[in-house]
Ligand binder design. Structure first.
Ligand code: APR
Length: 234
């Protein structure tokens, strides 16, 4: 069994690519089709809430036609079979980690299947269409429901727990992320400073590849199960 006892795994859109969900910065990715300032900022939502709702309604609809791939399943297996602490910190807002069985999981950028009311701040699960006409189930006011997604310029969720986990980690694995977006792109430096071994599993070298002690490149559905197999066999 591997010597590692406290493993933190950061995942990004590349993990869900082979499930059929588009990544953001690859050719033909989400930000090649939509201007993030229009659909993923509080200012964009204030300017044109209907456009933002349609963007997330489309992505919520996409969720209903996709399933976890071998990489999601391998991470859930690692959590089940490895004796150490396994924490997945995902930038993804899809629910494929949960669908594959991962439980110790933090969504630092929020979740497509959650919404909240900007009037009373109450949140709830939501898998259908959202619009400005929909009244908040808690306060009854319409016009204020928004996706529970962390937009550009907003503070990611669970940062205290994440920084604490990075301080204790002895292995940090980054999977399917381009290393373009802070604070996630800074996690490898945090983990490294605290003495963790750092590994990048990605289709191709990310922006931060030189920060990692080890890098294995290839499709997540191949490189992640292989790496998990190694961790469980050691
Ligand atoms: N297997 C492994 N990696 C892949 C695969 C695959 N099949 N396909 C693509 N990748 C890699 C790409 O090489 C790229 O490095 O996944 C990464 C995807 O990068 P981005 O599209 O930038 O996605 P991500 O890093 O998750 O973006 C971070 O930016 O837009 C915001 O909030 C959004 O959470 C997102 C954040």
């Amino acid at each position: 069994m591997s010597p590692y006892r406290r493993i933190v795994i950061l995942t990004g859109a590349g993990l869900s690519a082979e499930s059929g969900l588009a990544t953001f910065r690859d050719k033909g990715g989400v930000w090649a089709k939509y201007d993030y300032r229009e659909v993923a900022t509080p200012e964009g939502f204030a300017r044109n809430p209907a456009l933002v709702h349609e963007f997330y309604n489309m992505r919520r609809r996409d969720l209903k036609r996709v399933a976890p791939n071998a990489a999601h399943k391998a991470l859930a297996r690692l959590e089940r079979e490895h004796p150490g602490e396994i924490l997945v910190v995902t930038q993804n807002v899809d629910n494929l980690h949960e669908a594959a069985g991962s439980q110790n999981l933090l969504h630092m950028h929020g979740e497509l299947t959650k919404v909240f009311c900007t009037n009373c701040r109450m949140g709830c699960s939501w898998t259908d269409e959202l619009s400005i006409d929909i009244a908040c189930p808690t306060c009854g006011k319409a016009g204020g429901m928004r996706p529970d997604i962390v937009w550009f310029g907003e503070i990611p969720y669970h940062m205290e727990a994440i920084v604490g986990a990075l301080a204790r980690a002895d292995l940090f694995i980054s999977i399917g992320t381009s290393g373009n977006v802070y604070p996630a792109s800074g996690f490898v430096a945090e983990a490294k400073t605290n003495g963790a071994h750092t590994v990048e599993l990605n289709l191709e070298p990310s922006e931060g590849v030189t920060m990692f002690a080890e890098a294995i490149h290839g499709p997540a559905s191949q490189v992640v199960p292989a790496y998990v197999e190694e961790l469980l066999a050691d």
